[in-house]
Design a protein around this ligand. Sequence first.
Ligand SMILES: O[C@H]1[C@H](O)[C@@H](O)[C@H](O)[C@@H](O)[C@H]1O
Ligand SMILES: [Fe+2]
Ligand SMILES: [Fe+2]
Length: 316
Amino acid sequence: MTILIEQPEFEGGIGERNKGPVDENELVLDGGFVVPETMPDEGFVAPDTNSFGHTFRDYHVESERQKGVEDFYRTNHINQTVDFVRRMRGEYGKLNKVEMSIWECCELLNEFVDESDPDLDEPQIEHLLQTAEAIRKDYPDEDWLHLTGLIHDLGKVLLHPAFGELPQWAVVGDTFPVGCAYDESIVHHKYFLENPDYKNPVYNTKYGIYSEGCGLDNVLMSWGHDDYMYLVAKENKSAFPSAGLFIIRYHSFYALHRADAYKHLMNEEDIENLKWLKIFNKYDLYSKSKVRIDVEEVKPYYLSLIKKYFPAKLKW
Ligand SMILES: O[C@H]1[C@H](O)[C@@H](O)[C@H](O)[C@@H](O)[C@H]1O
Ligand SMILES: [Fe+2]
Ligand SMILES: [Fe+2]
């Protein structure tokens, strides 16, 4: 791994700002993948409870961990503004922090535990492999989807000192559009009241700075591991499909893929890609368990996928 640059300053004064109108990137649909209609008989079975014995994504259960999660969302919702997102995209979109392979990044994540997650407190590499292996059971032929499972959370590397050691609220948790009204279905919605954009008439309407059917790639999402990994995968990809990029960018956008909010911003391509995202979510969420994967055993398979879809070293 080559660390190219010292970490950027986090508060204020970050690099060039994205001043212009929303300048997001194009998602080109490959159209090559058709969602299979039948499922194999014996596949991944989603459990009823998470690794703490609670139902999944229950943000109101009484527990020590849940208090931390609620605290996390309070800070997240207060600070994720249009200005903040533009600043982060401008800075991290340069991809000039580190050069390393995908597998090196998986290993870097070993030390981090996600404070926003009520369902899992294992190191992240476990979660990546659990997700990928669960998908592999049910969709053995969709190797790009296995790889998506492996890499979808790699953006959490923003927590690492080489990436500016961003605070958890700027890296993990559910995501949502900024620049238009925050939908009520977003977890712990009440904390948006203290977000300066909440009172800004340019941003607090149904469409805000967007328009009907403008396409999600034109929408600024709250900043974190999803958007960052999307930028990395998009800029470094050789053969990785756009459905995979879509999953990476929106996998934490539960208001969309679980609550059907923000549909008015979607275009035709988004509607197609959402089918894959909904499939993916099952494995991302319900594979969270205490069952450990033997990393050395599955490593050769994932290295072969990485080689097929990405260059040996990526710019991060
Ligand atoms: O707590 C989790 C976690 O950070 C995941 O990586 C993210 O995708 C989820 O949406 C979030 O709620
Ligand atoms: Fe995630
Ligand atoms: Fe995940």
